[in-house]
Design a protein around this ligand. Structure first.
Ligand SMILES: NC(=O)c1ccc[n+]([C@@H]2O[C@H](COP(=O)([O-])OP(=O)(O)OC[C@H]3O[C@@H](n4cnc5c(N)ncnc54)[C@H](O)[C@@H]3O)[C@@H](O)[C@H]2O)c1
Length: 360
């Protein structure tokens, strides 16, 4: 085993970067994350559509996208589009997946894949039936701190994991997503889903989850905005996710920490210090292999937009090699089982096994 870690955290790129991308939904996340990331990566966006055509036109002008489609049918008819990149609300995603799969195009869906577990299962089955690739935009797996943690675990620096936590206390301005106020589910469904997917990526699937969900006095959202979650694994590994979006004192913190039999990995999640501008993550670790000192890595890439290259690059690699994308729809069903298990836990005040979620 090397006494130096390999922290090559950048995404594996496809052989060709010119797979044609057609975007559906020209909203906030496409403008401040998808398109800046694709520009950096040299990906080819051939056209864009939105139910508000003027919104698609504005985005096309700003990013020099050649085509604006009047509707989804026009996008699906375009042979240049090999990948449909969907970024609409989760309740609307499955109907679009139905039409894209009939057209035989590959898909990158935004997270959450669906607002109901059964709809997510149907989306995955549709893609499998049509023999197209479906990936989910769970891009936190490519966030520098998280990917480095995974590299360190794979290289044995942590040993057997015994404890992990992600703790984020910040002041989130929900008006960035006006549509989010009406939903009865919020924090786990739209935010902690990233931590759930990343922790699954680092540590595998939990056996049990227990979640408390709540809101701070005076909040205007219907859904929960602060959650405390504990996961339990058969090995004795425990996970704590502590997310609170109403920290008014100005002392935001967003940390992750992993402890194992051989080492400790800890860092900060830069994006959450000033969303969506953010700052680079930090990462430190120590291991019994070098017990006398801590390593500190200087990470330069950002969750937004840089990590958004990852899911698209992985989907392109899967198309080229006839393999599964890292965040395939099938894998994402496990993330969604944990999401909905956490909601069942909040409702029923008990620890829930993710496998209990078959319909929800
Ligand atoms: N880190 C992340 O991955 C991340 C961050 C923010 C948002 N998101 C997800 O991205 C999705 C969009 O969020 P947003 O913040 O961009 O919202 P937004 O409201 O800014 O944009 C959504 C756009 O989709 C369009 N739209 C809605 N339904 C449509 C349909 N059926 N056909 C065509 N266009 C349609 C709307 O007109 C709007 O322009 C949400 O599911 C959200 O969870 C992900």
């Amino acid at each position: 085993m090397s006494s130096f870690p390999n922290l090559d955290y950048k995404p594996k790129m496809p052989q060709r970067t010119d797979h044609g991308i057609g975007i559906i939904g020209a909203g906030g996340i496409v403008n401040y994350a998808h398109l800046p990331a694709y520009k950096k990566a040299g990906f080819k966006v051939v056209g864009i559509s939105d139910q508000k055509v003027e919104q698609a036109e504005r985005t096309a002008k700003e990013y020099g996208i050649p085509k604006v489609y009047r509707n989804l049918a026009e996008l699906l008819k375009d042979d240049e589009v090999e990948i449909a990149d969907i970024a609409v609300y989760p309740s609307a995603q499955m109907e679009i997946v139905e039409r894209v799969t009939v057209a035989g195009k590959n898909l990158l869906c935004q997270k959450p894949l669906a607002d109901e577990y059964a709809k997510a299962v149907r989306s995955v089955e549709l893609a499998e039936g049509a023999r197209v690739k479906l990936a989910v935009n769970q891009q936190m797996r490519w966030d520098a701190g998280i990917r480095c943690a995974r590299l360190l675990i794979d290289q044995g620096w942590l040993g057997t994991p015994t404890y992990a936590t992600i703790q984020v206390h910040c002041n989130t301005d929900w008006s960035l997503w006006p549509w989010i106020y009406q939903g009865k589910r919020l924090e786990v469904m739209f935010h902690s889903i990233h931590y759930i997917d990343s922790l699954r990526y680092l540590l595998g699937d939990p056996a049990y989850v227990f979640t408390s969900g709540s809101r701070a006095p005076g909040e205007k959202t219907q859904g929960e905005t602060k959650t405390l979650t504990v996961w339990e694994y058969p090995s004795g590994l425990q996970v704590l996710i502590d997310a609170c979006h109403s920290t008014w004192q100005g002392d935001t913190y967003a940390i992750f920490r992993l402890e194992g039999t051989e080492g400790v990995i800890k860092g900060t999640i830069g994006l959450m210090y000033n969303y969506p501008t953010g700052r680079p993550d930090t990462l430190e670790f120590m291991s019994k292999r070098n017990p006398d000192y801590w390593f500190s890595a200087r990470l330069e890439s950002m969750w937004i937009p840089d990590a958004f290259v990852g899911p698209m690059a992985s989907l392109m690699c899967a198309i080229e090699t006839q393999s599964e994308p890292e965040t395939s729809g099938r894998d994402n069903l496990r993330t969604l089982q944990v999401v909905f298990a956490e909601y069942r836990s909040i409702e029923e005040k008990r620890a829930v096994r993710p496998e209990e979620i078959t319909t929800y």
